[in-house]
Every structure is written in structure tokens, then in C-alpha cells.
Design a protein around this ligand. Structure first.
Ligand code: MRU
Length: 330
């Protein structure tokens, strides 16, 4: 199976970081040309660029921008590094590019663009591996797949993680329909995933987050595929808020719950999900002005609820006992 190459959602062009503004999709496809670090930090904070692998690349390209334009590069790198706390890729991308600073700005840029290419290649490989596994675990018929947030080329530079797996399965004729959770607070599923699914020619339905677990319980979903923002050493997986209830529902229904992510999202230095900083976003994203709200952007899915974590290098099965715990679907 060969995937068709698509334009990158973030890239380096003639001294600038170029990215598609994801806050405007699907209404408008506007590309931004960013020539200073603080505008890029702002883009990261307001989710104009988002998704763990794309954030890693944004961090690395941001350090390259700083190396050409800023007097104090480590200070600029620190602003990039802390723009969002949860996805490990951002800090990793910044640190990796910054390590090349003694060799000069061109070396920093070379490292950042190497990362771009590596992320694309990783997603291609993990998409094939994940599709093989889903075919192995699911019945031999076109499948009804559930997914959360956005894990396509918008989130990963090219190809996608969970959505990359779905795209490969689609090319193999194995997808009947995709349920894309709307994904609060900022509707990355309803706005971004639905837009990508339409471009891929996949039959899809957007469902509200509160409906997704019950669709699984009703036997309408054959497998759930999600990405990750950070995978702790014990396999606990931090992903967009609303992922955990899907994992619970999948375990209860006895269907596969697959996490698809590159190795750059696996964080062996963080022992468990409880050790990952969970981003809290502005209450105004979910409640009327002046109304107090708690707005965590991510949750932790315990390793024992995950059927398999698929990266470009390996398939990890954190819970071999899942089958024993699961209730057989009707
Ligand atoms: O807040 P976001 O949109 O950056 O969160 C992104 C997600 O939770 C994605 O599901 C995750 O990064 C995987 S991206 C391949």
C-alpha cells in the first residue's frame, strides 16, 4: 500500500516557519508565514499548530528561527518549550534543535528539518503496522472505527498516527465508517478530523463526546484508534480529554483500543501517567464569560485498558489480561 504524499502542515520556507492556521479550519485554509519566535509561541498556545508530532517540529523550527533572529537563543527556546506542557514532543523538539546551537544556525536548521522528515517517515511506518494489527484483531469485514481528537496530517506534519492507520485500512478496503468524536474543548474532531476524513473520501459521522462510549456499548464500533501526547514508561497514555471513557467502554465491550504514536511521544523518563503535567485551558473555552470552569485538555488512560501501543518500531501490549477482563460483545 502506498500513501499519496500530501503537503506538510508545517514546514520551513525561505527563512520562515510556514503553517496552516488550524483555528480557522474547516471554514478557511489560511497559511501563515512566521518570522519571529513570539508569534510562533502564540500560534502554539492558541492551537494554530497542534498535535504532538507537529508541536515537536514547531519547537525545533522555532529554535532555528531563534538562532537566525534572536540575541538570546536559550531564552527564546525556553519560551517555546513551555508554551504547552503536556505533549513531550514539544520539549524534545526544542532540546534537540538547541543542542546544535554551538555549531551555528545552519546546523540548528538542519537538525529541525531532519526531524520533519523523520516524523513523516515514522508515521508512514506506524500507520502500516497499526493497520496490520487491526486487521489481525478485528473480524474480516469492513470495519466501523471510532477515533478521538485529530491525529491526521494536521497533527503530525504528514500522514497521521491513528488517522494514518485508518487511511491505510481505507486503502485496503477495510473501513465501513468512521465515528469522529467532536472532541471538546475546541472541536478538533468535528472541525479538523471531519475535514481530513472528507478529503480522504471516508464515510464518517461526527458524534458528541458524550455519545461515543454508548455507541461502543451498543456494538456499533469494531475498534477504537487514538493518538497520544505522551506515553509514560509504564504504558499509561495521556491524550485529549475524553480518551479515557473510550478506553473504559472499549474494555467493557471487548473491542480493541489501539494507541498509535511515534517513538518521539514515548517518554521513558516519566514513570506513570500521574507524573505528566495536564494542561488546564481557559474557562472561556467551555463556559460563558464569568462562569467558573475546570478545563483540563488531557486525560490519562491507564496501561491496562490499552490493547496495544503501536509505534514505528514496535507493538507494545501493556495489558495481556484485557481479554480476560472484557465482556464478550453481544
Ligand atoms: O490539544 P491538541 O490538539 O494538541 O491535542 C492533540 C491530541 O490530543 C492528539 O490526539 C494527539 O496529539 C495525537 S496527535 C497525532
Amino acid at each position: 500500500v502506498t500513501l499519496t504524499r500530501v503537503e506538510r502542515c508545517i514546514d520551513w520556507q525561505s527563512g520562515a516557519v510556514v503553517l496552516i492556521d488550524q483555528t480557522l479550519l474547516p471554514q478557511e485554509e489560511r497559511w501563515l508565514r512566521i518570522t519571529d519566535v513570539d508569534t510562533l509561541v502564540d500560534c502554539i498556545v492558541r492551537l494554530a499548530v497542534r498535535g504532538a508530532p507537529a508541536l515537536g517540529v514547531a519547537g525545533a523550527l522555532g529554535v532555528a528561527l531563534a538562532a537566525y533572529t534572536e540575541a538570546d537563543v536559550p531564552a527564546a527556546a525556553a519560551r517555546l518549550r513551555t508554551a504547552r506542557p503536556t505533549a513531550v514532543n514539544l520539549a524534545r523538539g526544542v532540546d534537540r534543535a538547541l543542542a546544535q546551537l554551538p555549531a551555528g544556525p545552519d546546523a540548528v536548521l538542519a537538525e529541525a528539518t531532519a526531524m520533519l522528515a523523520e516524523e513523516a517517515a515514522s508515521c508512514r511506518a506506524l500507520a502500516e503496522r497499526g493497520a496490520d494489527l487491526i486487521e489481525e484483531l478485528c473480524p474480516p469485514r469492513p470495519l466501523r472505527l471510532g477515533t478521538h481528537c485529530n491525529t491526521g496530517w494536521l497533527a503530525t506534519v504528514e500522514w497521521g498516527t491513528a488517522l494514518g492507520v485508518i487511511a491505510v485500512l481505507h486503502r485496503r478496503g477495510r473501513v465501513a465508517q468512521v465515528f469522529a468524536d467532536e472532541t471538546r474543548p475546541l472541536l478538533q474532531g468535528a472541525r479538523l478530523t471531519a475535514w481530513e476524513l472528507r478529503r480522504l473520501g471516508l464515510d464518517h459521522r461526527v458524534v458528541v463526546d458524550g455519545a461515543a462510549p454508548s455507541l461502543i456499548a451498543r456494538g456499533l464500533v469494531d475498534a477504537v484508534l487514538v493518538g497520544a501526547d505522551r506515553i509514560a514508561a509504564n504504558g499509561d497514555t495521556v491524550n485529549k480529554i475524553g480518551t479515557y471513557p473510550l478506553a473504559l467502554a472499549a474494555a467493557r465491550a471487548g473491542i480493541p483500543f489501539l494507541v498509535a504514536a511515534p517513538e518521539s511521544t514515548v517518554d521513558d523518563a516519566t514513570p506513570t501517567g500521574a507524573d505528566v503535567p495536564i494542561e488546564e485551558r481557559d474557562p472561556t473555552e467551555v463556559a460563558p464569560d464569568g462562569t467558573p470552569a475546570l478545563n483540563p485538555a488531557f486525560d490519562v488512560t491507564p496501561a491496562d485498558l490499552i490493547t496495544a501501543i503501536v509505534t514505528e518500531q514496535r507493538t507494545i501490549r501493556p495489558s495481556q489480561q484485557l481479554a480476560a477482563l472484557a465482556v464478550e460483545p453481544a
